[in-house]
Design a protein around this ligand. Structure first.
Ligand SMILES: [Zn+2]
Length: 361
């Protein structure tokens, strides 16, 4: 295991510049209002994001809006009866794997059930039902539920790879609740096994390799070391996983968990790492739920190709961003800057998110 000494000076530098927008604000009797916009560059991926720190200060008081509680209760009630993933319906209404993948039909461990996605967008695209409960708050997704889901997912990747050793690009993902794109309320994960890596993953792998070539060190380990040193965005560790917020986030409340052991893909996961990963992730879920009032999110775990060890320059890492709260009338959270310019507008300082999550660690 690579230990990080916090006395090591930061290996990374973070680029930013600040510009000031000036306006005569009706909220200040048309006095001059100056607002700082901080442009931050991602240290590996080169993209920029923009943070209006004034906005971030205002958003700190954000709570789940009062109409959330009524809406969520109504949605849970309405979707419960005919839910495919609830135990009374699962056997008869969800698909089974073909015999070459799983003669037993579906893969199970504890309360976790893995089955094929009815409408796949990958050659091997499975859905994992996390629990028998139709709805779980993020703070109710326990370490044990996550552990079972990771164990079965890793075993699934292994089965598919043994069937076809071209299936080397694997991912574990979660869309939690409809504002994050989930069509089913019942908590679930989506896992894919593909012949081709997605564009963003390939970019991350390429940039990580270039960084290693240029500096002779591993970007992911340098990032963990730098953030531990700076103590501005570092949240904590769970065994061999370090949790922090992203200097230049892609989305709201963004958190990253980085495996510090030399492990670059899912097939190298062992029980200890699965335990470390699940422990940290369940804490992050709880922190986001309780301290940041997150009620929906997207999550992905980036893995290198499972047929080769590239831990010299890459480490498995998970990334989470929050999505809007479920409510009848809503404002979307991505707009022209995110969708057409890939330059996210961030309203919450990553340092504030880290501080809130660190408080429960
Ligand atoms: Zn259900």
């Amino acid at each position: 295991m690579e230990e990080w000494k916090s006395e090591n000076p930061p290996a990374l530098t973070f680029d930013k510049f600040i510009r000031t927008a000036r306006l005569l604000s009706p909220m200040k009797d048309f006095e001059l209002d100056e607002q700082e916009i901080e442009f931050r560059k991602h240290p590996l991926l080169d993209y920029w994001c923009r943070i209006n720190l004034g906005r971030s200060l205002r958003v700190k008081q954000a709570h789940a809006p009062s109409d959330y509680d009524d809406t969520i209760q109504e949605v849970i009630k309405r979707t419960h009866e005919k839910c495919f993933f609830c135990p009374e319906n699962l056997e008869t209404t969800t698909p089974k794997f073909p015999p070459e993948v799983a003669p037993e039909g579906r893969l199970r461990k504890g309360k976790f059930v893995l089955l094929p996605n009815l409408f796949p967008f990958a050659e091997h695209h499975a859905v994992g039902v996390l629990s028998e409960d139709h709805f779980l708050g993020l703070n109710e997704i326990t370490k044990e539920l996550l552990e079972d889901s990771f164990k079965v997912s890793v075993a699934y990747f292994d089965r598919i790879f043994k069937l076809n050793n071209e299936m080397k690009f694997c991912s574990i993902n979660m869309n939690y609740m409809p504002p994050a794109g989930a069509s089913i309320v019942h908590p679930h994960v989506q896992i894919t096994s593909d012949i081709k890596g997605s564009g963003k993953l390939l970019e991350i792998l390429y940039k990580s390799k270039e960084y290693h070539k240029a500096h002779g060190t591993n970007y992911w380990i340098d990032l963990v070391g730098t953030e531990k040193w700076l103590k501005e965005r570092f949240i904590g560790t769970s065994g061999a996983v370090s949790w922090l917020t992203n200097y230049a986030p892609m989305g709201k409340n963004e958190v990253i968990g980085i495996v510090t052991r030399p492990i670059s893909h899912f097939r190298a996961f062992d029980e200890t790492l699965i335990s470390d990963f699940s422990e940290g992730l369940s804490k992050i879920f709880t922190g986001l739920w309780e301290k940041r009032h997150v009620r929906s999110l997207n999550l992905t775990i980036y893995s290198g190709p499972i047929d080769v060890d590239v831990s010299e320059y890459f480490r498995v890492h998970v990334k989470l961003i929050s999505r809007p709260v479920l409510r009848p009338f809503y404002t979307g959270d991505t707009a022209f800057m995110e969708n057409f310019y890939a330059e996210p507008i961030i309203e919450t300082a990553p340092e504030d998110v880290a501080s809130d999550l660190h408080s429960i660690w």
